[in-house]
Ligand binder design. Structure first.
Ligand code: MN
Length: 334
């Protein structure tokens, strides 16, 4: 089978390798049909991921069809359309013991720490597979993973109806957050420097959008105090900025893997009793997102801007690097 290897940063190479074998009883062979290119894949490609190792087959947003199943598999059958959970955890460490395997001490993320979905076949335990909604195309189904990341942040922030939630950044992550937050009864404010992205946020149903390109965030909010601020922009100053404008007793959620230092006065956090909350990957959220799609509450369609054949994956990464604003979500199709 064919796989795309990131040999070292900026060096992608197609290789022909043996088909993976279904070895264990609960193991499943999945034929990949679509895999998304996420911002974090672009970081691995560029060599700016703080967690990835090389050489690596990237791809953590992957959907496909069950091809073969091990003797003990009961949850899926050949022909089932599935999404593969990106997380493999040890089950024994402290985070795992308290039900937070997404931050397992021995965490292995497919496409990051171990090989992922930019190949024709992958094996996974049946517990890592979720059946796709029938009406959803493989390409759109890739968006279940980014949506699960958004669900994680909303759950980490413990958003309730009385909250005013600010999403900083209306890019790809921001849009998934918007969709997740519109399911809650909280008041939603979206801030961005680009009018185009705010226009897209309005089209999703956001009524309160603020453009911070000229005035800065505090002024753009006009005295409104978010009780929850979610950083979907992730630049060195964003944490202090959000701590500044978030209401006393509020929560600030970080989602970026930025390694640059963020300068913030502890006084700000202490005096306001802010909770600074990290949100990483997702913990059991695939099921929630799928329930939402099946129940007609969530629509993950309309976000994929480009479908590129897997064999042309190198072009896809080059296209993303050109930063054309028409390039939003790129999905490799197999
Ligand atoms: Mn992703």
């Amino acid at each position: 089978m064919k796989q795309l290897v990131t040999v070292t940063p900026m060096e992608l190479r197609f290789e022909n390798v043996d088909m993976p074998e279904v070895s264990g009883g609960s193991e499943v062979l999945v034929k990949i049909k679509a895999a998304g290119i996420c911002g974090s894949d672009v970081h691995i490609y560029h060599g700016t991921s703080p967690v990835a190792t090389y050489p690596r087959v990237m791809g953590h947003e992957m959907v496909g069809v069950v091809d073969k199943v091990g003797a003990d598999v009961t949850k899926v059958r050949p022909g089932d359309r599935v999404i593969v959970d990106q997380i493999i955890s040890c089950g024994a460490c402290y985070p795992c013991s308290i039900g937070r395997p997404n931050v397992c001490l021995g965490l292995k993320v497919r496409g990051v720490h171990i090989d992922g979905g930019y190949r024709e076949y992958i094996t996974a335990d049946e517990d890592s597979l979720y059946i796709l909604p029938e009406h959803l195309s493989f390409s759109d189904a890739v968006m279940i993973e980014p949506m699960s990341i958004a669900f994680q942040a909303v759950s980490r922030a413990k958003v309730v109806a009385s909250d005013t939630v600010l999403v900083l950044g209306a890019g790809a992550l921001g849009k998934s957050l918007i969709k997740a937050l519109l399911l809650t009864d909280a008041e939603l404010i979206v801030a961005d420097v680009a009018e185009q992205r705010l226009e897209e946020a309005r089209a999703l149903g956001v009524r309160h959008c603020v453009n911070t390109s000229e005035t800065g965030l505090a002024q753009a909010l006009g005295g409104k105090l978010p009780t929850v601020s979610i950083d979907a922009a992730g630049f060195p100053e964003s944490l202090a900025l959000l701590a500044d404008i978030t209401c006393n007793a509020g929560r600030v959620v970080t989602m970026s893997f930025l390694k640059d230092l963020s300068e913030i006065a502890q006084f700000k956090i202490t005096s306001k009793e802010l909770d600074i909350i990290g949100s990483r990957l997702q913990n059991g959220k695939f099921k929630e997102v799928l329930d939402g799609i099946n129940g007609g509450l969530i629509d993950v369609t309309g976000q994929v801007s480009h479908e590129i054949p897997f064999e042309r994956a190198k072009e896809a990464f080059e296209m993303i690097d050109r930063k054309d604003p028409s390039v939003k979500k790129v999905v490799l199709v197999y």
